[in-house]
Design a protein around this ligand. Sequence first.
Ligand SMILES: Nc1nc2c(ncn2[C@@H]2O[C@H](COP(=O)(O)OP(=O)(O)O)[C@@H](O)[C@H]2O)c(=O)[nH]1
Ligand SMILES: [Mg+2]
Length: 232
Amino acid sequence: MLWRHNDKRHVVVVVGHTGVGVSSLVNLLAGCPVSRNSPDAKPHTRWDKKHLIQIGDSERYVSVYEIPGFGGDIKDGTLINYVRSLHAHRGIDLVLYCMRPMRDTFMPQTFKLLRESLHRVPFVAVVTGLEYYGETMEQWWSTPSEKDKPANGRMLEMEFEMTFQDHVCVTTLPEVAIDDNKKLTRRREGSDEDVENLVCKYCKEDTKTPAAGGVWWRLSARLKVRAAIYAH
Ligand SMILES: Nc1nc2c(ncn2[C@@H]2O[C@H](COP(=O)(O)OP(=O)(O)O)[C@@H](O)[C@H]2O)c(=O)[nH]1
Ligand SMILES: [Mg+2]
């Protein structure tokens, strides 16, 4: 992939365990199916998935990089190197970290490695699959999943050491799966608005994060990623 060093667009990276709804979130943000989401949740997402997505009604576009699912076809270490390299070349402005409301999709170790690699980059938790949850989907964050346990948001912090700058509780169910269900349609539209607002909040004009690396670092990072891809 050729990165354009002079690209001044904000860079948003979408990551998550395979099957949590990374591709579906990208489609939600784009407002139409730009990425294939797989009914069987197999990791169809491959390398070099970059989408130019218009935010809100503005004239501005952000570059959204859809990272293949962790725990899928491609080694997690290779994916982390790829994200590091992207940060060195383009400067990442926002990480959308997708999870389902299930522990095995949290990936605290991966979170830690990404967090350490991306200094000062805001991480936003996107909890998907909440279309039938509670009175509002947002309640998931402030509700304990078991009696006498901390609320889910606190639990992520205390038990898994995963601290986020922001969070959003959503459904990324594709439009075709919703059909005419009014409640689900409303929840999907609300999810779209919430995620878009977050992207706007962290990708304001004149706040582009500069690329992190010097020329030599960038070159060696790129070679490492190339080697990892060929080895795959
Ligand atoms: N119930 C539910 N299913 C979802 C949601 N988001 C995505 N899916 C489904 O989960 C499967 C995997 O989604 P996909 O976006 O391909 O996941 P990815 O592997 O993370 O890219 C697909 O069948 C989607 O239709 C959601 O919010 N709720
Ligand atoms: Mg996918």
